[in-house]
Design a protein around this ligand. Sequence first.
Ligand code: NAD
Length: 387
Amino acid sequence: MFAKARTGAIQASVRNAQAAAFSKQASRNMKILAILYKGGEAAKQEPRLLGTVENELGIRSWLESQGHEYLVSDDKEGPNSFLHKNIHDADVVITTPFHPGYLNKELLDKAKNLKLCVTAGVGSDHVDLNIAAEKGLEVIEVTGSNVVSVAEHAVMSILLLVRNFVPAHEMIKRGDWLVSDVARNAFDLEGKVVGTLGAGRIGFRILQRLQPFNCKEFLYYDYNALDPTREKEVNARRVEDLKQFVSQCDVVTVNAPLHEGTMGLINKDLLKHFKKGAWLVNTARGAICNAEDVAAAVNSGQLNGYAGDVWNVQPAPKEHPWRYMQNPLGGGNGMVPHYSGTTLDAQLRYANGTKQILENFFQGKPQLPANVIIGNKGYATTSYGQR
Ligand code: NAD
């Protein structure tokens, strides 16, 4: 009884201390950095491009009205960059995965005041999450904000590869008309086996959207099994061995976060186990695939095509092999810049979500549990590897 009362008193005093710390935090002016991508003329003409340096997630006047300092730039690489020069006394860093400010150990060591890293979007691998957890930093993202946008893009990419769309369109723009040149590598999605590596929010939505295509089978590979009702909803069968999974798929779509367990996972050793002429779509993270190995597989025809919007360094250098790879019939490349999750609809959702995360932080309110990647007890998500 006495011990219970004592524990209660300790808990109350911890709560009071936390409340005092939060009210101190709220009353202090914060330095908030945002690393966003340059929008140029497009951003001046289109204010709904909220994720740009020009439009600043639409939160400048709101932040400044509360006395906070808000510094925004796209300059993030090297010791003389804006990010490196400003990190030492920043309280909050916001960055978008479309133009990620890489918060590695070196930078996090310099960031003596940092408390919160916000991802304006989904996917927080640009932060060294293990170091953030060690340092007691919070990493919060706008979970779910663009999962429909990405799922739609992945479905489109699957179709454009299977139907050999890109070379057909390029032919039209060239002024040519040679039906058999493109039809010889065009197929139906009906009757094919489609598998998702990662069956979380995006992977699941891709399978949902593919239901009417009469595919032969839907497979998934994920250490987190779907519950039976959800498995049934998308008619999916789980395959627990990765090699067996890829060897059964005509189409593989990658939808897992980038972490120690997925970095370079799709490499020449695994590509040997893919069906000859399979299609691979990756809208998750570029570094999950080995760039040279994937390009070699497309160039040789081991893969009939590869499509996606994510690259192992962003912006992708001009000489990146994924810009130029093509299958032996001159198609099979569906690469675009990282934009699937940054439709105008998605930008509004992740800008609003970022504002909500900051508001919770200023007021000492709990964050939405689904948004918390690293919380005050370390990893709060089961999506970044089994630990
Ligand atoms: P989610 O957390 O809902 O689902 C991820 C799933 O991947 C989880 O079920 C997890 O168990 C699984 N997983 C993790 N490691 C795995 C592994 N080694 N093998 C198999 N499965 C594994 O995340 P989500 O919302 O579906 O997003 C997935 C990823 O997509 C994000 O982390 C991000 O990197 C990427 N993404 C890209 C864009 C874009 O614009 N291209 C936008 C949003 C998200």
